[in-house]
Structures are given as structure tokens and as C-alpha cells.
Design a protein around this ligand. Structure first.
Ligand SMILES: [Cu+2]
Length: 489
């Protein structure tokens, strides 16, 4: 790997294309409906996507030019897909957040070769939730997701109470896939992280929602449910509305919270999902804003990483806008005080504790682990967990089927979103402070900055041929080796 020098990543070299015009209509992804047993084909393809005015940007996607359809599947059914690959390299389709066997999980061992196909047979048995899917090839996940191999998945439960929640897709139940991307003057968005862009994670200077730059959604004058996925490689968002309005969080990664939680700001790390309900019954337009992410402070001071155009002195930038259409059918009934059927499984007593240290390493100049301040010095780059970088041939942990464990995740120097495949967990403590399950719900990604304890139960199997993964979801860290493999038998 090339030795880094500060001159390589001056913002001027990254450049901007033409001024991007915000305010285009929010694209609503097509739905690929697997409910009722229909078989669909999901193909990785290349395409060109009109993102910047006047340019067609080369992109890739699942059955569309950029990103993929919203896939809907029913609890209690087996969802079936034929996965295809028209690219010239291996891809996969990992079902992020789905509680399925390792052989169905779509991780790095489940490669779909060019011009080949693979059957995906997904036994769906978990509460209603907003999940996602993306390519997960070892050392290639970051560029695959950057160029577009990702999409949202919604699990429905025909037997669950609807709790009166807005559920008209695209009207008052709206998917928002939030990403940041860098564009060159020719309109391309090459995946080209170097130096701090690699070690801090690759960020962009434009914010895309469902593939459009800072779009505008037209919403009814009532309660609107947004399913928000942070599909960025590395950026952590701190959302709020420009008018400071309150909203209610109703669900997190693994499904409904026990009750709505009222808030006016929300942090969302890479790969996390959240469902919120926003009240637009006053008819007023609004902007969704975000603060810069905390992992950037050091690099931003060095002006090495491009940032979206700040609109406030505090460094806030615009994500998207909302306008209210009084003619649209609107739900104005308040949400219930407590949700019926929200997941709160009893995991029982943990039988062991495992400790996972998320390590930033400098492999050049003598190697050795480095704290937050040391990672930007020269030499090669690597990341690891417990000092060991990901090796496809090594099983790092072996877990007994049905066991509940405490996983203690340690991260020094910066915040890392830690993800476990094939299950969901409860966050027990964060830096020694108890975490209230009612406010976090079931999770499969936890943002760790210090020490976080997870209570996790393993109810699906994965053997050594197709093991599960645990990893940092800053995709540059994952690709550099901050990932491990585990079996459940
Ligand atoms: Cu990380």
C-alpha cells in the first residue's frame, strides 16, 4: 500500500462537479414483493444514474442502476430469490439483520461469480423490522456498497397488531436510504480512499437520499413514518429538523420499541436503522439536518476529508427537505402509548463473556497497535479485532447453539459501529452506564466509543464452511480486516 502524504488528499484534488441542485423529488424505490411465495430475480448490474445535474454517473445496483428495490417479505414464510451477477467480479447479497442460518446469510463465503446465479432461500421468522441487504465480499464490501450494491428490506408480520402506524408505502411510510458520496468534475463518484480517508472511513461531500442529492419529499398533513437506513460507508449522522420539532422514534434495528420515544435529535451510525414518526399536521415545510460526525474532528482540522457544505456555524448540513401536500390522505390519530407485540425476548442468563478489542494498526515502520492519534502517521494500514485481521480460513470464535453471552466491545480513539450477523442483541451498558432497553430496542449494530456490553443470544446455526461474521461497519475498517468469523453449532 502506498505511503500516505498529506498532499494526496487535499480537497482541491477531489474537486466538485457542477453545483448540485437540491430539491428534486425524493425517489421512492420500487418494491420487490416476496410475500405470498413469489420468486423474484435480483441481479447485480452496471448502470448510469442521473445524480448530478447534467451528468450520468457510472454506478452499480441490484436490478436497477443504483441501489436496489425495497424487498418485502413476510414472517412465517420462506422468501425466495434468484441472485444473479452481471458484473465482472464476485458479489454477494448479505441479509443484514435477518435471523437466518449461516448458509442463508449471504456473507463473504457465499459468492455469486460473474454470469452465475445462486438461489436465496430465506426462512423468515422474526418480528416486523426494517433491515437491509448489501454485497459482502471480503476486502470489496466498501467499493461495492459505495457504487450501489445495497437496498432496504422490510419484514412484515401478517399476524401482528398494526398499532395504528402509518403503513401506506411511499405516501406516509417512506424509506430513506441516507448516504454520502464524492463526485469528480466529470460526474463520476470513484471509490478512492487514501490515508485518513481510509483509516477514518471514506466520506463524501454530497448527501444522497434514495440516490438523489438533498431531495424533497411531499408528505401528507399528518403522521408520516420514515424508515431511515444509514447506508453510508463511514459517516455518522446526528439528525434534527431545522425548526427543532419533536418526533417519535418507534423502532430500531430489530423492530418496534416498547413504546414511542419522543426526541428532537437522533444519532445514526453506518448500517443502523431507525423508524421515526413525524407530525406534519401543521402543514409546515421542514428541513432534515445533520451535524458533522464525531470521528471527523481530528481529520477535519487537518482539512483532509471533504465535508458537505455547512449551513450553520455549528457545521450542520442539509440532508433533505419536506413539503406538505394538504390533498394527500393523512393519519392524524396519535400513536398508542405502548406498542402491542414489540419484541422483548428473555435471553436468559449469559453463560460466558467474550471481549472484542477493535484495533487500528500501523503495519509499516515496525507495526504495533496505535491509539487514536497515531493512526495517521506513515506506513501501511490495517485493522483488526483482538490483534488479528480477518482471515477467511480462520474461525475466530465457536459458540454453542442456544447460548446467551455477554460480548464486551472495546474501541479506543474513535467510534466504531459493531455488527453481529444472524442475530439481534440488547445493549446492556455503555462506558459503564446501564442502557435502557426501552429506548434502544433490539439491535444488530452498536456504536462503540469506549466499552459497550451486549447481551446476545445465538439461535441459528452456522458451520465452519459458511460461518457468521462480526465486524466494524465502517466499511473501510471492515475491508482492512476489522472482522472475525464465528460458528454456532
Ligand atoms: Cu471501525
Amino acid at each position: 500500500m502506498k505511503t500516505s502524504t498529506a498532499g494526496l488528499f487535499l480537497p482541491a484534488l477531489i474537486g466538485r462537479a457542477s453545483a448540485a441542485e437540491p430539491g428534486a423529488a425524493l425517489p421512492i424505490p420500487d418494491v420487490m414483493d416476496l410475500r405470498g411465495g413469489s420468486l423474484e430475480a435480483l441481479d447485480a448490474i452496471t448502470g448510469k444514474t442521473g445524480i448530478l445535474q447534467g451528468f450520468e454517473t457510472p454506478t452499480i445496483g441490484y436490478s436497477q442502476s443504483y441501489l436496489g428495490p425495497v424487498i418485502r417479505a413476510n414472517r412465517g414464510e420462506t422468501a425466495r430469490l434468484t441472485l444473479g451477477n452481471r458484473l465482472d467480479e464476485n458479489i454477494s447479497v448479505h441479509w443484514h439483520g435477518l435471523h437466518i442460518e449461516g448458509a442463508q446469510d449471504g456473507g463473504p463465503h457465499s459468492m455469486v461469480a460473474p454470469d452465475d446465479t445462486m438461489d436465496a432461500i430465506l426462512d423468515i421468522d422474526q418480528p416486523e423490522a426494517t433491515l437491509w441487504y448489501h454485497s459482502h465480499i471480503h476486502m470489496r464490501t466498501a467499493p461495492h456498497v459505495w457504487y450501489g450494491l445495497a437496498g432496504m428490506m422490510i419484514i412484515d408480520d401478517p399476524d401482528a397488531s398494526d398499532n395504528g402506524l402509518p403503513d401506506s408505502y411511499g405516501i406516509d411510510d417512506i424509506p430513506l436510504v441516507v448516504q454520502d458520496r464524492n463526485f469528480e468534475r466529470n460526474g463520476n463518484m470513484p471509490y478512492a480512499p487514501r490515508g485518513p480517508n481510509l483509516m477514518m472511513g471514506y466520506r463524501g461531500n454530497e448527501i444522497l437520499v434514495n440516490g438523489a442529492i438533498r431531495p424533497e419529499a411531499s408528505v401528507p398533513a399528518g403522521l408520516v413514518r420514515f424508515r431511515i437506513l444509514n447506508g453510508s460507508n463511514a459517516r455518522i449522522y446526528h439528525f434534527r429538523f431545522d425548526d427543532g420539532r419533536n418526533f417519535q422514534q418507534i423502532a430500531s434495528d430489530g423492530g418496534l420499541l416498547q413504546a414511542p420515544v419522543t426526541m428532537n435529535k437522533l444519532t445514526l451510525a453506518p448500517a443502523e436503522r431507525v423508524e421515526i414518526v413525524v407530525d406534519f399536521s401543521d402543514g409546515k415545510a421542514a428541513q432534515l439536518l445533520s451535524l458533522q460526525d464525531e470521528n471527523l474532528e481530528m481529520a477535519m482540522m487537518a482539512r483532509m476529508i471533504p465535508a458537505p457544505t455547512a449551513i450553520t456555524d455549528a457545521g450542520e448540513f442539509e440532508v433533505m427537505r419536506f413539503s406538505v401536500d394538504m390533498a394527500k390522505p393523512a393519519i392524524v390519530t396519535p400513536l398508542p402509548a405502548i406498542f402491542a407485540g414489540a419484541p422483548n425476548p428473555d435471553f436468559g442468563e449469559p453463560v460466558r463473556r467474550r471481549v472484542f478489542s477493535l484495533d487500528m494498526m500501523a503495519s509499516g515502520g515496525g507495526g504495533g497497535m496505535m491509539g487514536g492519534g497515531g493512526m495517521m502517521s506513515g506506513g501501511g494500514h490495517a485493522t483488526a479485532i483482538n490483534g488479528v485481521s480477518m482471515d477467511m480460513a480462520v474461525i475466530n470464535e465457536e459458540i454453542k447453539l442456544g447460548d446467551t453471552e455477554i460480548w464486551e466491545i472495546q474501541a479506543a480513539g474513535m467510534a466504531h459501529p459493531f455488527h453481529v450477523h444472524g442475530t439481534s442483541f440488547k445493549v446492556l451498558t455503555n462506558n459503564g452506564q446501564p442502557v435502557d432497553y426501552a429506548t434502544t430496542g433490539m439491535k444488530d449494530v452498536a456504536l462503540v466509543n469506549g466499552i459497550t456490553e451486549l447481551l446476545v443470544r445465538f439461535d441459528r446455526t452456522a458451520d465452519a464452511d459458511i460461518p457468521y461474521m462480526y465486524h466494524c461497519h465502517i466499511l473501510e475498517h471492515e475491508d482492512l480486516g476489522m472482522m472475525g468469523q464465528f460458528t454456532v453449532t
